[in-house]
Design a protein around this ligand. Structure first.
Ligand SMILES: Nc1ncnc2c1ncn2[C@@H]1O[C@H](COP(=O)(O)OP(=O)(O)O)[C@@H](O)[C@H]1O
Ligand SMILES: [Mg+2]
Length: 320
């Protein structure tokens, strides 16, 4: 099951086009997601993670895909028109976001919103559709599905709202769930609950998950494979355990060094010096070189290619 390729992204380039300027946001991104696999996409805020995710389902205005392919179950989604992509978005590929409140309708009960998502799939109506809503609320372990059905988003906690969003996303039995910082707005214990819930649901339904987060500490609990993104590019990729145990890229190392450690008392959490460069202002050569602790002269000149460390591992730095 795990060996069948579900999604193959190759050479994806997404630009934002404003006032005649074309700014690269996602630059030559390639990766594979296999059926039933969880892939983590991690990097600081502003690295292009959300834009990568949105590029997969064609929701990226004022951005435009200017190159590359997004092959999903054999179809190149980039080549589809707006109408055809709707057969995938919210159906075969569903997405959940950081702040459910912005995606939920404040004046409609949660049950009705899930019901709409169920009806949109075009398979169930009437009592059957309502029954399916209750099933979905059970699936996301909503404590009292009948109450949940009647509740309005503002009456719920952040964690419960995220459960409602996950129920909506699962209405179409997606093959791929894109979870873009799904727990970032939640406090730590609720974060863990939602992550565990996603893991359980995945085991039950067998879907693949693209789990996006700025928190490399969170990703180890969920993903089979990690892709690290910096300034619009993937700079390291490999199996989760190996990346966490022996990261190669100085950026990955820096992200891991910033994690709080249980064994040490830290008053102030370390952070990587400097900022993520904004699109259009990427440094020459390696985009990370101004913040890199091992940078040498050549790093500002040559843009590093991927070094294939093993079948499943690659890194965009020749000095590691
Ligand atoms: N609509 C937009 N107009 C201009 N710049 C944008 C827009 N959306 C995103 N960006 C820029 O693209 C970069 C990547 O954004 P994003 O994909 O949201 O990053 P991430 O999800 O990793 O935090 C950021 O520098 C952001 O400011
Ligand atoms: Mg984002």
């Amino acid at each position: 099951m795990k060996q069948i390729i579900l999604l193959q992204v190759s050479g994806l380039k997404t630009h934002i086009i404003t006032n005649g300027n074309s700014l690269p946001i996602v630059d030559n991104v390639s990766f594979v997601i296999k059926m039933g696999e969880t892939v983590g996409l991690v990097g600081e805020s502003g690295c292009g993670k959300s834009m990568t995710a949105l590029s997969l389902i064609g929701l990226q205005k004022p951005a435009k895909i200017i190159g590359g392919k997004v092959i999903f179950n054999g179809t190149d989604l980039v080549s589809l028109d707006k109408k055809s992509i709707r057969e995938y978005r919210g159906k075969k590929i569903a997405m959940i976001f950081q702040e459910p409140m912005t995606s939920l309708n404040p004046v409609m009960s949660c049950g009705k919103q899930i019901l709409e998502a169920v009806k949109m799939q075009g398979e169930l109506n009437g009592a059957h559709a309502k029954q399916r809503v209750i099933e979905l609320l059970n699936l996301v372990k909503y404590p009292d599905p009948k109450m949940g059905y009647k509740s309005y988003p503002h009456e719920l906690s952040g964690g419960m709202r995220q459960r409602v969003m996950i129920a909506m996303a699962l209405a179409g039995k997606p093959d791929l769930l894109i979870a873009d910082e799904p727990t970032t707005a939640l406090d730590v214990t609720v974060q863990a609950e939602i992550v565990n819930l996603l893991k359980k649901i995945q085991q039950q339904l067998g879907m693949a998950i693209l789990f996006i987060t700025h928190d490399i500490g969170l990703i180890k609990q969920v993903s089979d494979k990690i892709m690290v993104m910096y300034a619009g590019q993937i700079i390291e990729e490999g199996p989760t355990e190996i990346i966490l145990k022996s990261p190669l890229h100085p950026y990955t190392k820096a992200l891991l060094a910033c994690l709080p450690r249980i064994d040490e008392k830290m008053e102030i959490l370390p952070s990587i010096p400097g900022n993520v460069p904004t699109p259009g202002n990427y440094p020459s050569g390696c985009r990370f070189h101004p913040r890199c602790s091992i940078a040498v002269e050549g790093c500002s000149v040559d843009e590093p290619e991927f070094v294939e460390v093993s079948d499943s591992r690659r890194v965009r730095c020749p000095y590691v």
